[in-house]
Write a protein that binds this ligand. Structure first.
Ligand code: BTN
Length: 347
């Protein structure tokens, strides 16, 4: 682990309390001059770290800037002993990119690991569902993608998007106190306005990390892994006038919803932590995910109209099935299994 990551991990673990200089020194090893030089470098990046002659070091402020070392330290500070994390196995941060989904997809072809995360401070060609543009201004939100190689049949891929929406809503609720909800298929809303969106894209071909012939120990073939990119966009500190006119009436940000600017790295780390938890659940105990989705859903039990291309499906949103598809009971009694579409009415 890099020295800077070690220092930040210790400071985040201390949670605003002092940490004895000797303890910090002991954790890192090496001469005092190395610790001092690293602390000076962290000050240069915008961290405010107090050194008290008796009590030691404490973190007073951290910059609202996405940095891989900082995110790694935050995740490390959450980590329970002996537990490996999948999400955030590697973290990359770009100042600007076309679309983080594209970067992730390219990295998937050169062996990128399950759980690799790519952030960008701004995107020049951010995209949303159905080929829509996703405006991603510098420093105003969280624009990132996660490369996943879940061992699931292709038909269960929607589970992952459901789990991601639960994770995003959970982390937002916990970090900001706002009443974040999930609007099917994968929007996170506050007070009926869209705060975040998720774009899941399958990468060409099945993942190669698991041969189709591998065994699951019970004698049967294990599912081969699929490779997918989960793209997440969250409007964190956008002001009303920063939304494009076509979404201004339906969009919101955490700043607008809570009246307070949010520290984006803290929120990013909380989301990655929640994603790790709900991704595991999606693979092993999907019922726990659907229960939580039901608790947070604005759609469940409602009369809905879904546009799927030129077709409209109308009925009652009944439940998610074991693959993550929405079951809609139509007025004629038939149940339609829906994997996507635009929810145009929810009442
Ligand atoms: C939606 O239409 O609601 C989904 C929006 C997804 C936007 C995110 S931002 C990070 C990632 N990169 C992209 O180009 N899109 C996703």
């Amino acid at each position: 682990m890099k020295v800077a990551v070690g220092i930040l991990t210790a400071l985040y673990r201390a949670n605003g309390q002092f940490m004895a200089a000797s303890e910090m020194q002991g954790l890192l090893g090496g001469p005092n001059s190395v610790l001092e030089a690293e602390i000076t470098a962290l000050h240069g990046l915008g961290y405010v770290i107090e050194l008290h002659p008796h009590h030691g070091y404490r973190l007073l402020e951290s910059p609202d800037r996405l940095m891989a070392d900082d995110l790694e330290a935050r995740l490390e500070s959450f980590k329970a002993v002996g537990r490996t994390r999948v999400i955030g196995s590697e973290i990359l941060v770009f100042e600007e990119t076309a679309s983080t989904n594209d970067v992730c997809e390219q990295l998937s072809q050169s062996g990128g690991r399950d759980g690799l995360v790519v952030f960008a401070e701004s995107q020049t060609k951010g995209r949303g569902r159905h080929g829509r543009t996703w405006v991603s201004p510098r420093g105003k939100g969280l624009w990132f993608s996660v490369l996943l190689r879940p061992k699931l049949p292709l038909s269960s891929a929607p589970r992952i998007t459901v789990a991601a929406s639960v994770a995003v809503a959970h982390a937002i609720r916990k970090t900001s106190g706002s009443d974040a909800r999930i609007k099917w298929p994968n929007d996170v809303t506050v007070n009926g306005r869209k705060l975040a969106g998720i774009l899941t894209e399958l990468c060409g071909g099945l993942g190669s990390s698991q041969a189709a012939t591998s065994s699951d120990g019970a004698g049967g073939p294990a599912p081969s892994s699929i490779t997918m990119v989960l793209g997440i966009g969250i409007d964190v500190n956008c002001r009303h006038e920063e939304f494009p006119p076509e979404v201004a009436a339906i969009a919101t940000s955490l700043l607008l919803a809570t009246g307070q600017a949010q520290n984006r790295p803290a929120l990013a780390a909380a989301i990655l932590r929640a994603l790790d938890q709900w991704y595991r659940a999606a693979l092993t105990e999907f019922d726990a995910v659907t229960d939580e989705w039901a608790r947070l859903s604005t759609t469940l039990g409602k009369q809905i109209v879904v546009a799927v291309g030129a077709r409209r499906v109308e009925g009652c949103a009944q439940a998610l099935d074991g693959d993550g598809a929405l079951l809609v009971r139509k007025d004629n009694g038939q149940v339609e299994r829906m994997l996507g579409g635009d929810l145009v009415v929810e009442r």
